[in-house]
Write a protein that binds this ligand. Structure first.
Ligand SMILES: [Zn+2]
Length: 701
């Protein structure tokens, strides 16, 4: 087996930037070590053509990295500054120069690789200087095309990609990254693709059908729900297979020239493509098990919304959830396009890198430098800051390795996209975030995040997305802790799970509903407190609940503006015959949760649902995101993000540990020891020294 550099050491650790054979890592994972140990984070900078093509600018760039030696281990070169594929002649010229640039970077101690910005292409820009062959463009259901992107199933594009990756491999990179143009949704100016004649004929042949674009579009969005869902699931599988075919071609091309060369793929939340990250990783690894790299992505280009940091960290969690243990180098896409320094501070950039490791990455790919051939002095302070943050990123990678956080899981699955608009239009239904980002506000009150069923201590079921679950997935969820909204309850009852849910929806109201907490023990001292989502402003129907089992209990009722009861129950709890615990939450279950009474009540509910199996949580009233891992039996490693512009004082954690001391490490790697100051059930209580505004701590027990 080809091993490109130093592999796993005797102690089972693996150094950053040192690729090793996948089989060795897989064996490590199977040995039950709960993932590979890392010495440090995987860090690279991605470099645009304006910074590496001119001799002087490239020299200046390398001088900047040398000035802040250690800020990065790898220099990754883009082939293009625009998104449609390059003409092969242009690419050939650039790969010749890249070969020299990579050698120069290696001479300074960096690993160096190539990141073709496009394979199939993305968006319409710079068309006069881009690939302009009569190959089929990606095509939408209504027959429109994107001139900047070619059908990945077309013979023309596949032959182009084969030659493209030959040229790139011949430049002798240490690794190659396939970029996120390899996707089927969002090639502007069109949205969902590819429905060209070739793609339709592939689908029709596999399924024995005779769909045209028109009849397929109708079948996606009309007729009986079960038939629609089956067809949509089949189309998602078709999309998975389309990308797999392209990856197999790339793998064979690259490894035919350079066996074992690590191949990486940059993703986003690829729901329409079928989210087949484990399958695609296997395709890129090839029959000989070459190393695969991953780069989870998603837009958070500026700091206009700071919540984008935590939201993207959760997207990182999803994008790493299905990756096999053998994928060790997971660099978050950290992008500040169009790279105007005043649009994102050094603090935000550094915090993003740390937060994305908290979510599930093991490093970062910084795409933060200029997109112009211009002096780099305005980026000096940024690179300096990232160099200062590097030890903290290394610490997070060391403490977390490839272990996964456990907590509240939003209930998403690979087929979630199939459930959008189950009774109408598949593509324009407003269900886009259901079952995906629904938990984000709950998570920002200090409930720990988990990103897949095995790491879900409580499963959140949202709206129509339950229709994407298999019978086995629903039964499994209902045997554990489930927090569900009124629509999900309705769908589950329709599907025949009423005996396990304990509630039904008896009315849906759109005005003047206010939640009032009853004297139920889960409400503690907050009995009688109210929460008003103000339906006149923020539209969200109230699902009034009927109790369908004598063991079901009312936790909240509905009152109006006279505070008279208008419905007996809008939030209730029930333990079913499988031992599963259910909270049916019919009133603003996903938002308007951030006052003291509701956030405290929610934490009580989550603890009850999980039977106290959450590995830890924030007990105090703070706007904090928390990721809790158990890297080894008996140890906990926690990341805390104070997502607030006030410092977090007296931040109190409940951690499921026998130990009495925790290490708290700040982003400058300053360390404090904290003694446990009490106990609550299986949890020890730790009060964390003040955490600054939009700042992170790593806590280790
Ligand atoms: Zn096509």
């Amino acid at each position: 087996m080809e091993t490109s550099a130093a592999a796993i050491g005797a102690a089972g650790t693996m150094a950053c930037g040192e690729a090793s054979g996948a089989a060795e890592r897989a064996a490590e994972g199977e040995a039950g070590t709960m993932g590979i140990k890392l010495d440090k984070a995987f860090v690279c900078f991605r470099i645009g053509t304006p910074l590496w093509m001119p001799d002087d600018r490239f020299a200046e760039l390398m001088a900047l990295f040398e000035k802040y030696k250690g800020v990065t281990d790898e220099v990754t070169f883009f082939t293009s500054e625009t998104h449609p594929p390059l003409p092969l002649a242009t690419l050939e010229e650039r790969t010749k120069l890249l070969k020299k640039r990579m050698a120069a970077a290696r001479a300074l101690g960096y690993r160096a690789g190539i990141n073709p910005l496009s394979t199939m292409g993305h968006h319409e820009e710079n068309q006069p200087n881009s690939l302009n062959e009569p190959y089929t463009r990606v095509t939408s259901l209504d027959g429109n095309v994107s001139q900047g992107s070619f059908c990945p199933n077309s013979d023309g594009l596949r032959e182009y990609a084969r030659r493209e990756y030959e040229l790139i491999t011949e430049a002798e990179p240490d690794y190659i990254w396939v970029d996120d143009d390899v996707r089927l949704m969002g090639h502007m100016p069109i949205s969902e693709t590819c429905f060209c004649d070739t793609c339709l004929s592939i689908f029709n042949k596999v399924h024995g059908t005779e769909y045209t674009r028109e009849s397929l579009g109708q079948a996606f969005s009309s007729g009986p729900r079960e038939e629609k869902m089956a067809l949509r699931r089949a189309w998602l599988q078709h999309n998975r297979d389309t990308l797999t075919r392209l990856f197999v071609l790339i793998e064979k091309t690259v490894h035919g020239i350079k066996p074992g060369l690590p191949l990486g793929f940059m993703t986003g939340d690829r729901f329409f493509e079928g989210y087949d990250f484990d399958g695609w990783a296997a395709a890129l690894s090839g029959p000989d098990g070459a190393e695969v790299l991953w780069r989870p992505g998603g837009g958070n280009y500026t700091e206009a919304s700071l919540d984008g940091i935590a939201d993207k960290a959760h997207a990182m969690g999803r994008q790493t959830a299905f990756l096999p243990e053998s994928v060790v180098c997971i660099q978050s896409e950290l992008e500040s396009f169009p790279y105007q320094r005043l649009k994102k501070s050094t603090q935000t950039t550094a915090l993003e890198a740390a937060s994305y490791i908290a979510g599930g990455c093991t490093g970062t790919a910084f795409n933060v430098l200029s997109m112009y051939d211009e002096p780099l002095d305005e980026y000096d302070a940024l690179v300096a800051r990232l160099a200062r943050t590097r030890p903290f990123l290394d610490l997070l990678a060391r403490e977390f390795g490839r272990s996964r956080p456990a907590g509240l899981y939003s209930g998403w699955v690979k087929d979630t996209f199939a459930s959008g608009g189950p009774d109408g239009d598949w593509f324009h239904n407003g269900d886009g975030s259901q079952g995906i980002t629904n938990c984000n506000e709950i998570l920002s009150t200090g409930v720990p995040a988990g990103y897949s069923a095995p790491y879900g201590r409580v499963t959140a079921l949202c709206g129509e997305s339950v229709l994407a679950l298999t019978e086995e997935e629903v039964t499994k969820a209902l045997s554990g802790g489930v927090y569900m909204d009124g629509k999900a309850l309705t769908r589950l009852n329709e599907l025949g799970y009423g005996e396990l849910t304990g509630f039904s929806v008896e009315d849906v109201r759109h005005a003047d509903c206010i939640e009032e907490f009853t004297g139920h023990p889960l409400n503690g001292t907050f009995a009688g407190r109210r929460r008003n989502g103000r339906q006149s402003f923020w539209k969200d129907p109230t699902y009034c609940l009927a109790l369908t089992n004598e063991k079901a209990e009312v936790v909240s009722r509905v009152v109006d503006y006279t505070y008279a009861e208008t419905a007996r129950c809008c939030v209730g709890v029930f333990e079913n015959r499988l031992g599963g615990r259910v909270c049916a939450a019919g009133y603003y279950p996903w938002v308007q949760l951030q006052n003291l009474s509701k956030s405290s009540h929610l934490k009580s509910v989550m603890r009850w649902l999980s039977k106290d199996t959450l590995p830890g949580m924030v007990e105090s009233f703070h706007r904090v995101n928390i990721w809790v891992r158990e890297p080894e039996p008996g140890s906990l490693a926690i990341a805390l993000l104070n997502a607030y512009l006030d410092p977090a004082e007296d931040l109190t954690l409940l951690l499921a540990t026998e130990r009495d001391e925790a290490r708290v490490v700040d982003m400058a790697c300053g360390e404090t020891a904290v003694r446990a100051s009490g106990q609550d059930g299986p949890y020890k209580r730790f009060v964390i020294p003040e955490v600054g505004a939009w700042d992170m701590r790593c806590v280790v027990v």
